[in-house]
Design a protein around this ligand. Structure first.
Ligand SMILES: *Cc1c(COP(=O)(O)O)cnc(C)c1O
Length: 522
């Protein structure tokens, strides 16, 4: 857009104008938009308030002296500002979101409707329990579904995300070990583990010891046996693992870990692939978080928040965090203190209530048979992608996958095109890239998770696009085209390292606009 002086609003817009040839730097519906501080003006307002009545000043010396410096805009300016920003955002409502490990599935509108019911949407966690019996019953019912689906006797509902659930699980394990007078120092985690696993272990004061994978992408049992010992507190294992493969020896792993006096933490972020089919409790797992925002379709990314309840085995169930819901003759109530074994509290209040409502709505609308279909269809979708691409891209492991298909960059060998270039080219085609360079156990990883919520038509269109890009990369003379991608987005290739190492988090007048857009800067 143009600013008050009739120039493109930001240095980015000016750079874009040079590329697009448009006066504004806009590309049709993709409009340049400056920061709200740059377009706003102090004193401009969209509301008409009466003068404040004269009252005796009781602020004493605390009264603000200077101006607050907030930008002022009219209502239409505010609306347009945020609508334009939202149009720059890729979303699950706009297209297939193939991020492996993230399970970006459709967020059913029924869930949203339920979460907005006044009796659920307008309540407050500090209300007396007698006035929120329905809400407490809902938490209890969801807990019941989670325990049934996992075959576990207890669940901690309050963790606010998967990583927070991992923390909850390890704190329960630490408390259980302490209760038996056993202090252990090491956590074992496979090399392919999600980064949150070692981070959680480190946060809990443990050292992390990696377990190598076999050539088939699964835990190496001999290596595991060699690493087990009296100082190992737990193993953290993901199943299906982050290569999209089921750990077939998981019961043996559980037996080995328990024989060494350690606990078995399972990262359940990939529960999507086995929900209704496999009960983690039957596999010997002691603690597992469930990402409601993955398996049970609650929104994540910009629309979150996440929610990561943790199911616990008999050995850990006494060490749950507070608060938890109990049911007696006087109805439902929350136990908030006085539980001597509980390791304490994970967060304020009871957990992500809005997400509990959405997740339960998802479960009830599918029913037990429908949830089984979820797992079957998510696995079918991923295998369809794998089978449709395996002649032009390189699957990392032999055989069928679970809910996500892992490829590596061998098909790009000698083309000069990297995994990153390939992913950036997808953006120009209107797709969010898949997860790239994770898991670390294969070179130039591309992890694709279509989920069960995509139609065959949309998966086919996606496959056709990737086939086209793979064939283009192999032509040999397209390196420059790939390296220039994305060319059609409002911003092009960002200097991601610089953005991460020296983030500009605070706007100062005149400070904006040092471009981190490599293409624009050149
Ligand atoms: C998503 C994910 C996590 C972390 O969950 P958050 O809710 O993002 O904190 C952990 N492990 C695996 C395998 C995941 O896919």
């Amino acid at each position: 857009m143009l600013n008050r002086q009739g120039r493109p609003t930001t240095p980015h817009a000016a750079a874009n104008s040079a590329v697009t040839g448009t006066i504004t730097g806009n590309r049709g519906l993709q409009m340049e938009e400056a920061l709200i501080f740059e377009i706003g003006e102090e004193g401009r307002t969209g509301v008409d308030l009466p003068d404040a009545p004269k009252v005796k000043d009781r602020l004493g010396g605390l009264k603000r002296q200077g101006r607050i410096g907030l930008p002022g805009l009219s209502e239409p300016q505010v609306v347009r500002h945020f609508v334009r920003l939202s149009q720059k955002n890729y979303s699950i409502d706009a297209g297939l979101y193939p991020l492996g490990s993230c399970t970006m599935k459709h967020n059913p509108r029924l869930n949203e409707k339920m979460a907005r019911l006044p009796g659920l949407g307008d309540i407050h966690p500090l209300q007396p329990a007698s006035t929120v019996q329905g809400a407490l019953e809902l938490i209890d019912q969801l807990a019941g579904w989670l325990k049934t689906l996992t075959g576990m006797p207890a669940v901690a509902m309050s963790p606010a995300a998967g990583a927070h659930g991992e923390l909850c699980g390890l704190m329960a394990i630490r408390a259980a070990l302490k209760a038996r007078g056993d202090v252990r120092k090491r956590i074992l985690a496979p090399e392919s583990a999600h980064g949150t696993n070692p981070a959680t272990a480190a946060l809990c004061g443990y050292t992390v010891d990696p377990i190598p994978a076999t050539a088939e992408g699964r835990v190496d049992l001999d290596a595991l046996q060699a690493k087990l010992g009296p100082d190992v507190a737990a193993i953290m294992l993901t199943n299906p693992n982050t290569c999209g493969l089921f750990e077939r020896d998981i019961k043996t792993v559980a037996d080995m870990v328990h024989a060494a006096g350690a606990f078995f933490y399972c990262d359940g972020a990939n529960f999507n692939a086995i929900v209704g089919k496999v009960r983690p409790g039957d596999l010997g797992i002691d603690a597992m978080h469930i990402n409601l925002h993955k398996t049970f379709s609650t929104p994540h990314g910009g629309g979150g928040p996440g929610s990561g309840p943790v199911v616990l085995s008999d050995a850990l169930k006494d060490f749950v965090p507070v608060p938890y819901v109990v049911h007696g003759s006087d109805g439902y109530r929350l136990v908030e203190s006085g539980d001597a074994k509980s390791f304490g509290r994970m967060k304020a209040f009871n957990g992500q209530m809005g997400m509990f409502i959405r997740a339960l709505a998802y479960m009830m609308s599918h029913g037990a048979d429908g949830l089984k279909r979820v797992a079957e269809d998510s696995v079918l979708s991923a295998n369809y992608v794998m089978a449709s691409l395996k002649d032009v891209m390189t699957p990392s492991f032999e055989g069928p996958c679970m809910h996500e298909a892992l490829f590596d960059d061998r098909f790009l060998k000698d083309t000069g095109v990297t995994t990153l270039d390939f992913a950036k080219a997808m953006i120009d085609e209107g797709y969010h890239p898949m997860t790239v360079y994770f898991p670390l156990v294969v070179h130039g990883a591309m992890l694709i998770e279509p989920t069960e919520s995509e139609s065959k038509d949309s998966v086919d269109a996606f496959v056709t696009t990737l086939r086209g890009l793979a064939e283009k990369a192999k032509q040999g003379d397209q390196v420059a085209w790939f390296q220039a991608a994305p060319q059609l987005t409002p911003r092009r290739r960002l200097d991601e390292t610089r953005a991460a190492r020296s983030p500009v988090l605070r706007w100062k007048p005149g400070s904006n606009g040092a471009p981190i857009d490599k293409a624009a800067a050149e």
